[in-house]
Design a binder for this molecule. Sequence first.
Ligand code: GAL
Length: 452
Amino acid sequence: MKLPSRRIIALFSVAALVVSACSSSTTTTAPGGTNAPGGTNAPGGAVTQVEVVSWWTTGGEASGFNAIIDKFNADNPTIKVTNSAIAGGAGSNAQAALTTRVVNNTPPDSFQVHMGHELLDTYVTPGFMDNLDDLYTANGWTTQFPKGVLSIVSAADSAGTVHYYSVPLDIHRANVLWFNKTVFTANNLTAPTTWDQFFTVADALKAKGITPLAVGDNGIWANGMLLESILISTLGADGYNGLWTGKTDWAGANVTTALNTYKKVLTYVNTDHSSLSWDQAADYLIPAPAGAQPKAAMTIMGDWAAGEFDAKKFTDYGWAAAPGTDKIYDALADSFGLPSKATNKDAVKKFLTLLGSAAGQDIFNPYKGSIPANSTAGTPPAGAKQYSTYQTWAMGEWKGDSIVPSVEHGAAASPAWKGAFEAAVTMFVANPDVPTVQTALVQACKDAKVCK
Ligand code: GAL
């Protein structure tokens, strides 16, 4: 896979959130075989507490992460990994809290961070992370992770030597359209492959009193991801990549077309979108009670939605590439690293070793809706949770598609630029005036020092 060149731009523009916890690793003693508070049973031994922060609090996200943590804790009775999760899809709350903790030298022992700009600009370039070269060498990861993945979890030092800074746990696809199969069959509809088809399908649904598209943008990223998909479909992989490298003009006619499409799409969404989280919106496809008409027929969401459906035991869903984006994989990946100020680094490295391994990835990803980042994973042992039909499809697409980086999930642009993109989207959702928002997007690229 090939990603556009990255830019190292301004950091720490994220507003500080109140930080609830500032502990790092501690070691507690479990005397005489009793459980240390919150710890595992280590007869007469010490239990090393390892605090990991993620934003996985719901559905398949929580189940998958808990499953891998439980496995680790069971295999390592002297270490207790705890997930101090901060709710808010796409890290909408966790990222600011994490930045504050890291900058204040009270980081958790490890934390969820997207590969690419989010990792490199925010944490690696300013020198907050230890490199993980020893883990990469010991585990053979330099040949197990795809080259494109390796290139965005690494950075060169002043002598030009490349170092690895985080361990990718999954690969997600952001541009997926999900639909309720029964609703589609009952109305003789098929998954739209272009935006024109989308509008035809949406009109048919509307005529039947069914909300066409569920959106939950109480975190604006979910709406921004919709625009991301529309930009990809309108500009193609190269054109979209060029938006983030300065090769594609944000003032161009294609961007205007994309914004006009986006404006129209927004007229087909649920009226309560701004009060819903992404998972509440995805749940609008699930009839409640069973047999009832679902609140909406489609949603466009990353494939963590598959993990959500699975966790809710909802199987009556179909999927397709978001309209106009067939054979383009809008990618992002969650990874975990080692902050320089973590205290029990050996224990953290043990946990990271499981996260990067094929065995660990085959525990986590089947719940999550994602595909493994480690290319030697993909076949969980018999009796374990297996990959879904969707995931098998996604694994095939990953191998053949053009890969583009997601802006909303930290891969395409610096955190500051992503913030400006989201500000423009917020403005557009409130008042969809195409010229105003296009001007804001042009300016955002200039402010990021990528456009002149
Ligand atoms: C993404 C993250 C996914 C999933 C999603 C919704 O940013 O990479 O793993 O958690 O947010 O919260």
